[in-house]
Structure formats: structure tokens, C-alpha cells
Design a protein around this ligand. Structure first.
Ligand code: GAR
Length: 228
């Protein structure tokens, strides 16, 4: 069972997708802690509703990023977690944090990295005029939205879509690929080879075209497994 802490700064819909997958019996994750830098983050409410310890640590109370990260590491370790999922956590992590959980910090980004990193990925993609957008789950390193990629979903951009429309369509796919990536981590199936992440036993080497029931179609690679 993966002993996981989830870090949120806002709505927490990706956290909710994880909780829903767990409730469906698809995710071998023991949610030890949900942590936020904002006391009013809705994600903390979602955690409490699910009976998961929820904690806010205000980054503004620390002299620098290292001190804030050290406090988060202590809280996460106190709760027995040894892996971390960033789910809309809008702060950069320092080596102090990353060295505490080597190769075990994941992030989701609402764009096809390496395009459109940053806090406005969907808006930047819409304004740029891309015709294919998407989302990426990756391992976190010391650069923003940069580490080795685990899974991506690519979807067509409807003509005339603005950043907000696009964000909604992308979010529906975030909710599918992030729990899948976490389940691979939980199963010990992620192998890092340089910048490349290989999913052991991924059933099909080809790109999977997934008809989405409620969110259109996307190309997802590696393919989602049954239930995701
Ligand atoms: C998600 O769209 C996530 O990809 C994005 O924040 C949103 C959080 O939503 N993260 C980033 O932009 C990271 N660079 P949520 O709180 O509803 O899960």
C-alpha cells in the first residue's frame, strides 16, 4: 500500500478523483495526510470529509523556502507517508523537500509538457492557438514542471475555446491519468531510465485512443488500464 501525502493549494478536484478511485478499489493508496499552504483550501475540506488528516502550514510564516519545506517534510514523515502527490500545489519545492522523498514526488500539469509550464498552462495554450492540448503527470525535480514524464493525455481543442473552456476539458483527463500514475507507483511498476519513465508490464506499446464517456476523446500514453 502506497503511503501517500497529497499537497493542495486550491479546489482539490484531483485529490477527489484519487479518493473516488480508492473508494472504487482501484487505488492501492493509504492517504496519510493532505497538506496545504492555505488554510481555506477546499482540498482540506475534501480530505476531512473522507476521514483523512488535513493540515495547513502557512508558507508566509517561514523565513525562506527551505524552512517551509523542512516543516512540510516533518509533517509528512510524522504521518508516516513516504510518497507525495502534488495536486494543484502552487509552490516550487526545494532540494530540502525532494531529497526527503527521492523519486517519489509526482505532479500533474494541465499542458503537454515541455510546452506551457507555469501556473497558467491552459490559458497560455489557448492564447497560443494550439489545436492539441492536454495534461502530464511527471516526477518532480528542482525545475518547474520539468521532471521525467510518466503519462500524458492529448486532446483536441474545440475551435474558439478560451482558457477556461480548455481548462475544464483538460481537468476531466487529469482526473483519469493522475490516479493511474499513482497506481503504477503503488504497484512498484515505474522504472526511471535517464529522463525516461518506463511502466513495467504496460500491456500495449502503442498509443491508446480512449473514448471518454464524459470528456471527449484523447490519446493517452501509456494506455490507461481497466477501470481508469
Ligand atoms: C489542476 O488543473 C492542476 O493541473 C493545476 O492546478 C489545478 C488544480 O486543480 N496545476 C498546475 O497548474 C501546476 N503547474 P484541483 O485543485 O481542482 O486539483
Amino acid at each position: 500500500m502506497l503511503k501517500l501525502a497529497v499537497l493542495v493549494s486550491g479546489s482539490g478536484s484531483n485529490l477527489q478523483a484519487m479518493l473516488d478511485r480508492k473508494a472504487q478499489g482501484l487505488l492501492d493508496v493509504d492517504f496519510r495526510l493532505v497538506l496545504s499552504n492555505k488554510a481555506d483550501a477546499n482540498g482540506l475540506e475534501r480530505a476531512r470529509a473522507a476521514g483523512i488528516p488535513a493540515l495547513a502550514i502557512d508558507h508566509r510564516q517561514f523565513p525562506d523556502r527551505e524552512a517551509f519545506d523542512a516543516a512540510m517534510v516533518a509533517a509528512i514523515q510524522d504521518h508516516g507517508a513516504d510518497a507525495v502527490a502534488l495536486a494543484g500545489f502552487m509552490r516550487m519545492l526545494t532540494p530540502t523537500f525532494l531529497h526527503a522523498f527521492p523519486g517519489r514526488v509526482l505532479n500533474i500539469h494541465p499542458a503537454l509538457l515541455p510546452s506551457f509550464p507555469g501556473i497558467h498552462g491552459q490559458r497560455d495554450a489557448a492564447e497560443y492557438g494550439v489545436t492539441i492540448a492536454g495534461c502530464t503527470v511527471h516526477l518532480v525535480d528542482e525545475q518547474m514542471d520539468h521532471g521525467p514524464i510518466i503519462i500524458q493525455a492529448a486532446l483536441p481543442v474545440p475551435s474558439g475555446a478560451d482558457g477556461e473552456t480548455l481548462a475544464g476539458r483538460i481537468l476531466a483527463w487529469e482526473h483519469r491519468i493522475y490516479p493511474q500514475a499513482l497506481q503504477w507507483l503503488a504497484q512498484g511498476r515505474l522504472r526511471l531510465e535517464g529522463r525516461h519513465v518506463r511502466v513495467e508490464g504496460s500491456p500495449c506499446p502503442d498509443v491508446a485512443r480512449v473514448p471518454g464517456s464524459h470528456c471527449g476523446e484523447a490519446l493517452v500514453h501509456p494506455p490507461l488500464e481497466p477501470g481508469f
